[in-house]
Design a protein around this ligand. Structure first.
Ligand code: AMP
Length: 602
């Protein structure tokens, strides 16, 4: 890896970027900077945001500016006002030690008069959104005749936003012998058209492969019924207590609805979409940037202006209509060398889109399983313990109060104190999730092998048999395809269930099996074995319909159908307003046909 000095970056610029913490060039900088410093050819760079592209074009352009001439020499076009401000800010930082270098951002939504005044005073670099620049050109307040460098940043976004004609018009005012740089995260056909029309034998630089998403991003999709989408979203948010992410929705309305629900349920969330005023959007973005908001619910368009490098997650609340947008969404995480997860909560009809996106990003999605209540509790608990370990204790403030606290708790053992602290934080979440049903994967598919996973009706059908009297018939999702036979099944029970359990009839089917255990042991067997591992496959076990031996009508098979509306736990922001729905019962019958014993006991 080369240093900035070896790339040819001038000393006064190096001093500024070193102060900003840039120690070594990022890959796009290593490619673009020496090329632009040495030559005046055009460049197309396929690079995601967050790859360091602003410095890649910014440093050489700054270095090539003649500060003795007070006229625009470089023009940088970008899609949004926020990006415009960010680029101008970065350039101002990089050029801190260059005398007489002026950068002006021009963008819509703010006073044109003050921008005109600054232009009259003289600037060498203009960073502009296309609409406002056209306005200034029409008022004859900006002269582009001396421009030698043109940068189109996030070119694909500018085209998406309908700026093609404006770009045409602007470029017609710039001398033909300019050097042109085009940065784009994706390479749709329209960009290829622009490059043919305006660029001269451009050097093509690809950071990552063409149209490929960042390598630091893991892509996971969760297949759920439409009715469970919001519940799934909450579970995922609960499963990652330190999540800092954007939830992308398709419409403004959906964005507002989801944000409202999350806020009502106690999540630290807010919305960002086009129905908000610019001032409101600025306010929300600022709160999100400083992490006062953990979850930002946004439309694609509104989120464009937001540049945050440290997102842990991007959540696609459904996939975008235009699948190219997925690259932009997911590219918002896994930036600046960090890793990130892009999750998509989808319904069956969207599965085809997943395959199309995989082709674009050149990466496979992982198939996720919505975490169970138990898993969420465990994860939150570990997170709490972690925070407990790392909390900064303010000895000075708290010290004087401690003796009386010690006196009061003197009668408790250390273990008791820990138990109580944990219970204070967790009783509500544990209560909430205790009986929460798993969110079901639509029957046409599951994260397990598509062929081998039985439908819920099959799983609960008891295989056409009733349990022996006093026994409960259980369904388990492993069968002959998993090399399971009665002996290995008993081995599995041995491995995971503590204490002695008598096993009654066993029926091994192709992709799943049934086995019977005494009624009194059924709940324990299910609890102990569910979600455990069998050769890399997660065990799913439940009472088979009609699988109760008769004595326990409506008891052991009862599963709560609680609605998960209204719960949130996140440190002391927890709110709980659970509304319980009806409960249902499956698996009851009377009488019991005798079955020959196959199994043994342990
Ligand atoms: P960009 O893609 O230009 O938005 O840059 C992404 C982030 O990386 C920004 O926060 C930059 O300040 C930062 N950055 C750019 N170049 C470097 C570098 N060479 N070393 C460290 N950070 C950098």
């Amino acid at each position: 890896m080369k240093t900035f000095e070896e790339l040819g970056v001038a000393a006064e610029i190096r001093k500024a970027i070193e102060e900003m913490g840039y120690e070594n060039p990022m890959p796009v900088q290593e490619e673009v900077i020496p090329y632009l410093l040495a030559e005046t050819n055009d460049v197309i760079a396929l690079a995601q945001t967050g790859t360091g592209k602003t410095a890649a074009f910014g440093l050489p352009v700054l270095q090539k500016i003649n500060t003795k001439e007070n006229v625009p020499q470089a023009l940088i076009l970008c899609p949004t006002r926020e990006l415009c401000l960010q680029i101008a800010g970065d350039l101002a930082d990089y050029s801190k030690y260059i005398d007489n270098l002026r950068v002006l951002p021009v963008y819509g939504g703010s006073s044109i008069e003050s921008q005109i005044k600054s232009l009259k005073r003289g600037v060498q670099i203009i960073v502009a959104t296309p609409g406002r620049l056209i306005d200034l050109i029409n008022r004859k307040t900006v002269n582009l005749e001396k421009v030698r460098y043109v940068v189109l940043d996030e070119a694909d976004e500018m085209l998406n936003m309908g700026f093609t004609d404006s770009i045409d018009e602007i470029l017609s005012k710039v001398p033909d012998n300019r050097t042109m740089l085009l940065f784009s995260a994706t390479m749709p056909k329209e960009i290829a058209k622009i490059t043919r029309k305006y660029m001269n034998e451009p050097k093509e630089i690809t950071i990552g492969r063409k149209n490929e998403g960042s390598n630091n991003v893991k892509h996971v999709y969760y297949l759920v019924h439409a009715k469970d989408k919001y519940l799934a979203l909450k579970r995922l948010a609960d499963y990652y207590p330190n999540i800092y992410g954007i939830i992308f929705c398709r419409t403004r309305r959906e964005t507002q609805e989801i944000a409202d629900k999350l806020i009502q349920d106690g999540y630290n969330a807010d919305s960002l979409h086009g129905d908000l005023s610019q001032a409101q959007r600025d306010y929300v973005m600022q709160k999100f940037r400083i992490k006062n908001i953990q979850l930002l619910v946004a439309t694609d368009v509104a989120a464009r202006g937001l540049d945050v490098d440290s997102l842990t997650h991007v959540i696609n609340y459904g996939l975008p209509d235009d699948i190219e947008s997925y690259t932009h969404r997911s590219g918002r995480t896994g930036r600046a060398g960090k890793t990130g997860i892009s999750m998509a909560i989808i319904h069956v009809k969207e599965k085809g889109k997943i395959r199309e996106i995989e082709k674009i990003i050149n990466k496979k999605f992982e198939v996720g399983e919505i975490p169970s209540g138990h898993e969420i509790c465990e994860k939150q608990l570990l997170n709490f313990v972690d925070r407990l370990e790392k909390v900064k204790v303010n000895e000075e403030e708290i010290g004087p109060l401690l003796p009386s606290v010690y006196r009061k708790l003197d009668w408790l053992e250390k273990e008791d104190i820990i138990k109580r602290a944990v219970s204070l934080e967790f009783n509500r979440i544990i209560d909430y999730y205790r009986d929460a049903q798993d969110i079901e994967t639509p029957s046409s598919y599951s994260s397990r092998d598509e062929k081998s996973y039985p439908r819920r009706s099959e799983r609960s059908s008891s295989g056409g048999r009733q349990a022996e009297k006093g026994y409960t018939r259980l369904f388990i999702n492993v069968g002959r395809t998993d090399n399971v036979n009665p002996a290995t099944l008993m081995g599995l029970v041995n491995d995971y269930v503590q204490g002695k359990v008598t096993i009654g009839r066993i029926d091994i089917m192709q992709n799943f099996s049934f086995f019977e255990v005494p009624e009194r042991d059924a709940a324990n067997v299910i609890k102990s074995m569910n979600r455990q591992d069998n050769n890399g496959r997660r065990i799913s076990i439940e009472i088979a319909q009609g699988g109760d031996g008769g004595g326990n009508r409506n008891r052991s098979s009862r599963r709560s159908q609680r609605s998960e509306e209204g719960y949130r736990s996140s440190g002391n922001r927890s709110r709980h307003s659970r509304s319980d729905g009806s409960s249902s019962s499956r698996g009851s019958r009377s009488g019991g046909s005798s079955s020959h014993r196959k199994g043994g006991s342990r």
